[in-house]
Design a binder for this molecule. Structure first.
Ligand code: SF4
Length: 427
């Protein structure tokens, strides 16, 4: 949307107050995300009432999911743009600024081919970028509203992904963060079989890309060849984000995850034994309908055994339009929340102990930004840290700059973060 607006002559400004209009790009996945989206919409509408902006456009998943209900509850919203209406954002902006309000929304059905992401105007730092390789999801996890909002799985052809990656590399990107709803399934719809391996081999050849990071790998279709490609690569970072959601077999069946505990354990063992220095991130849901104390304890014990370096825990969010809403035995909110806190407390010890074990080691750190008001102090990330979700690495050193990769020695820990000094030449 930013790229299209820029092409059409619109200019991005840093502060919403004073802008002609704002686009609030929303998430509508779970209750907490919706609350955040509503809060931002309301903040922008308050600016509109104060006369500081002329109009508010709401786009993305919440717009898609709540459709006209949003316009009813917040009539001051000028325009709604659904997930696949985003190609029309410039028309919507023109309409808004031209005072034409006969039509106030643009929704389009999910396309069978993902929308093009070339010509982006990026607002992430210059040296890293998210690269979406497919859109939508064919799984039917019973708690998840994503397939409803974003449609069936549709992969971008390999050649198109390569064009985008090359464009990003030429724009200064050194780290590509590969995203999709279901990364391991990449290619199935287009080629009749998963093609992530081939895509990774080809991305390897893109000049300028030094780190490739894989997010949202569904545990099915994790072939030995895929593990080999990851293990033998000097560019694919030894970091995997593999959402598991639960480990108890009854829960996994109720969630319709189509993998069981034994298969999951085998996969984790294969990954650990073959990918050197692997850092693994996963996510779990606590308090799914019917989860007993024993089933939750099994999950806690599993987390203790596996010692994931990174872990996200969400309490089950009741979503009326998902199949799990109709399951019996929903748990009280305080139980779901207490279990989430208990699991996070267990994880905190594991994460802090892992961090303590890093002290004295040498790692490469990519520098994201300077520490405000401090000389020669930077905030960066190691190969084991994805932007926005994981910890950070503080770096002290001279002649450093954003986007440089610098060898560092870890000297201390700061809760989930690491503290280091630069020990080699930045490149
Ligand atoms: S795989 Fe992920 S996006 Fe797809 S239905 Fe399951 S949780 Fe939702």
């Amino acid at each position: 949307m930013l790229g299209l607006l820029q092409l059409d002559g619109y200019q991005l400004v840093a502060d919403p107050a004073g802008a002609d209009f704002v686009v609030v790009n929303t998430c509508g996945f779970i209750e907490r995300a919706r609350e955040e989206s509503f809060a931002t919409i309301d903040e922008m509408l308050a600016l509109k009432r104060e006369g500081k902006i002329r109009g508010v456009i709401v786009s993305g998943c919440l717009a898609e999911r709540e459709k006209e209900k949003l316009l009813e509850s917040r009539p001051d919203i000028d325009q709604l743009v659904g997930v696949f209406g985003r190609e029309h954002v410039t028309k919507v902006a023109d309409r808004l600024l031209g005072g034409l309000f006969e039509q106030r929304s643009v929704f389009r059905p999910a396309p069978t081919r993902p929308l093009d992401d070339k010509g982006r105007l990026r607002i992430t730092p210059r040296h890293f970028a998210f690269l979406k390789i497919s859109e939508g999801c064919d799984r039917l996890c019973t708690f998840c509203a994503i397939p409803k909002m974003r449609g069936k799985h549709a992969s971008k052809p390999i050649e198109e992904v390569l064009v985008e990656a090359t464009e990003l590399a030429q724009d200064g990107v050194r780290e590509l963060v590969i995203v999709a709803q279901d990364t391991t399934y990449y290619g199935m719809d287009l080629y009749g079989e998963p093609r992530l391996v081939e895509l990774l081999r080809r991305l390897h050849e893109v000049p300028g890309i030094e780190w490739i990071r894989l997010m949202y790998l569904y545990p099915m279709y994790f072939s030995d060849t895929l593990i080999d490609v990851i293990a033998s690569s000097n560019r694919i970072v030894p970091y995997l984000d593999l959402p598991l959601q639960h480990i108890n077999d009854v829960m996994l069946r109720r969630m319709q995850r189509r993998v069981n505990r034994a298969e999951t354990e085998q996969l984790l063992a294969r990954l650990r034994s073959r990918v050197k220095d692997l850092v693994m991130r996963t996510t779990f849901i606590t308090g799914f309908p019917g989860e007993t104390d024993e089933q939750f304890s099994e999950l806690v014990e599993f987390v203790r055994q596996q010692r994931f370096e990174r872990l996200g825990v969400f309490s089950y969010s009741f979503e009326a339009d998902t199949p799990s809403a109709r399951l019996p035995d929903h748990l009280p909110q305080q139980v779901k929340e207490a279990r989430r806190e208990q699991l996070m407390a267990v994880q905190q010890e594991i994460a802090f102990a892992w961090n303590a074990g890093q002290v004295g080691k040498r790692i490469d750190v990519i520098l994201d930004r300077p520490v405000p008001d401090q000389k020669d102090a930077w905030i960066g990330r190691g190969r084991g840290d994805a932007p926005d979700v994981d910890g950070i690495v503080y770096v002290t050193g001279k002649k450093l700059a954003a986007g440089k990769i610098v060898p560092c020695e870890i000297v201390a820990t700061r809760e989930y973060d690491l503290v280091s000094v630069a020990v080699g030449k930045p490149r």
